[in-house]
Design a protein. Structure first.
Length: 211
């Protein structure tokens, strides 16, 4: 035992416009300010070769069938597994903006895709120590109507995604946090949970996903 504590794998999930990216950035800043070694990881990572294809698909510049794009998103995570594992073992806490759960949820709300099929290729990826789900109330969703022009950015899809995230959060052990409040209030609530988790996982082994 070398006494080095590993970092925590923290995932933030939620629908579009729930403030995930802002909150993830702020979490990393606040952790660093408390001398916790931390880094931000974003999925999809649009900078890799699979990420380039995913970016084109999301922007509707290229078409891929549902199965193929699903596997691209998964491959995009597999590409980063080794680097993530190395960082965690070096003691870096990773704050991850979307992960396998976005992969499963966005694909499985399509009518031809079963949850079981969508989960299978995620097995073996690193298992998060904590999943934080940002949820928006119906009223707040209506107040944030300005979706972008990417393929999933429309009300119908977002409502299906929101429901699927709620279903998944009940089955898995997730912390559900309301994203209706101000940026700073939501941040405080998230940071509190993250700090607790970081202090717990230091000497615990890393696990892999096994749906
Ligand atoms: P951003 O808006 O966060 O850039 O996400 N998505 C994401 C999937 O369909 N499968 C996945 O595995 C992941 C990580 C959610 C871009 C869109 O990509 C969707 C929104
Ligand atoms: Mg988006």
């Amino acid at each position: 035992m070398n006494g080095l504590k590993r970092g925590a794998l923290i995932v933030v999930e939620g629908v579009d416009r729930s403030g995930k990216s802002t909150q993830c950035r702020k979490l990393v800043e606040s952790l660093k300010a408390r001398n916790v070694n931390a880094a931000l990881v974003t999925f999809p990572d649009r900078t890799t070769s699979t990420g380039g294809l995913i970016d084109k698909y999301l922007k509707q510049e290229t078409h891929l069938c549902d199965e193929a794009i699903h596997l691209m998103f998964t491959a995009n995570r597999w590409e980063k597994k080794a680097e993530m594992e190395r960082l965690l073992k070096q003691g870096v806490t990773l704050v991850v903006d979307r992960y396998s759960y976005s992969g499963i949820v966005y694909s499985s709300v399509k009518k031809n895709m079963s949850v079981k099929w969508c989960q299978e290729p995620e097995n073996g990826l690193l298992k998060p120590d904590l999943v934080l789900l940002l949820v928006l109330s119906e009223a707040e969703m209506v107040k944030r109507p300005n979706y972008g022009s990417e393929i999933y950015e429309n009300r119908e899809m977002q409502e299906k995604v929101a429901q699927a995230f709620r279903d998944l959060s009940e089955r898995e052990k997730w912390e559900v946090v309301s994203a209706d409040g101000g940026v700073e209030d939501v941040h405080k609530e998230l940071l509190d949970k993250v700090i607790k988790k970081v202090s717990q996982v230091g000497t615990q082994p890393l696990h892999t996903l096994n749906f």
